[in-house]
Design a protein around this ligand. Structure first.
Ligand code: ADP
Ligand code: MG
Length: 311
């Protein structure tokens, strides 16, 4: 145990091979970060950012071009056997043999990992993912949500300390997303370090205690979620005035000012330089009466937009 990182990634570069004269896609441009033990770590980035490439390198499915990575202290180049034992990976795609039952799927997987029969815990895992009553149903009769839960159980048969989920909720409905979030939190409460990739900001903000952001193959942030949200220096106030406004107000601390309705304007301001009260006073000073006010707290989306547009 001690405090080695659950996963450590150093200067990882991946260039996919090209065709003919075409150079291959540079999917990772030297990415380094550590995933601490015990938390829920989010690897957040838009489609094509390089998230799956990184996960597939850890899974041994994609060969990195350079750099190094270790899982629970085991280097994936020098000790892949132990590295693989320390991690369970839930792929984005659902693939099952439709003629196996959930309990058979888990027993087979345990066999692949050389888990002795006496130590197999297929039923316990099915209970953990709330599929106990489907233990003997054919996999093809399971709903999409049940299949995803079975994949999570399958990734856990060898009791790895680290569970990685690649886009667990991409394209799933709201209810199933909630169920999967709860399941992830339950696994984490049991002591499993969880890493999940997602392109949903809301998901990362809700679930993860730490978030790394990857964009175009580069790491652009890696911070506790709370600190990341606090990086949003902007605040937005929407004002409804008593009459139409001809010239939008200007002030050095305003980052943006826009008409959002006949008598409504939205002011984005630097919350370190001015506060909402001063924004109101400014408009009142220009002779407007304010009919309604709403403010918005900064969220991860604001940080994300400013980080990704700066890059
Ligand atoms: P993400 O999971 O963040 O959506 P990926 O890691 O799948 O991103 O893809 C990163 C980039 O690498 C994309 O531009 C993608 O088109 C490219 N890519 C992914 N897999 C391959 C492959 N097998 N061969 C060539 N290019 C690939
Ligand atoms: Mg992906």
């Amino acid at each position: 145990m001690n405090d080695i990182p659950a996963i450590s990634i150093k200067d990882v570069v991946k260039r996919y091979s090209g065709h003919g004269d075409e150079p291959g896609k540079l999917a990772l441009e030297g990415v380094s970060f550590d995933v601490p033990q015990g938390g829920i770590f989010g690897l957040l980035g838009p489609n094509g950012a390089g998230k799956s490439t990184l996960i597939n390198i850890l899974a041994g499915l994609v060969r990195k071009t350079s750099g190094s990575a270790s899982i629970w202290g085991f280097d994936i180049d020098h000790d892949m056997r132990n590295a693989k034992r320390a991690i369970g990976i839930v792929p984005q795609e659902i693939v099952f043999d439709p003629f196996f039952t959930p309990v058979e799927v888990l027993d087979n997987q345990a066999g692949l990992y050389g888990v002795p029969r006496a130590m197999r815990r297929s039923m316990e895992l099915l209970r953990a993912v709330h599929l106990e009553d489907k233990a003997n149903a054919y996999a093809r009769t399971l709903s999409g949500g049940m299949k995803r839960r079975l994949l999570i159980a399958k990734a856990l048969v060898h009791a790895p300390p680290v569970l990685v989920l690649d886009e667990p909720t991409a394209g799933v409905d709201v209810e199933l997303r909630r169920q999967l979030w709860e399941l992830v939190q339950e696994m984490n409460a049991e002591g499993v370090t969880v890493v999940l990739t997602t392109h949903y900001l809301e998901e990362a903000e809700e679930l993860c205690d730490r978030i790394a952001i990857i964009n175009h193959g580069k790491l652009i942030a890696n911070k506790p979620t709370r600190e990341l949200v606090e990086m949003a220096r902007e605040k937005i106030v929407v004002l409804t005035l008593d009459r139409e406004i001809d010239a939008l107000p200007e002030h050095p601390a305003f980052l943006k000012c826009a008409n959002v309705g006949e008598r409504s304007i939205e002011v984005t301001f630097d919350r370190d330089r001015i506060n909402a009260g001063e924004v109101l006073a400014l408009l009142q000073g220009e002779g407007f009466a304010i009919v309604d006010v709403t403010t918005r707290e900064p969220d991860l989306e604001d940080v994300f937009v400013s980080l990704t547009s700066a890059g």
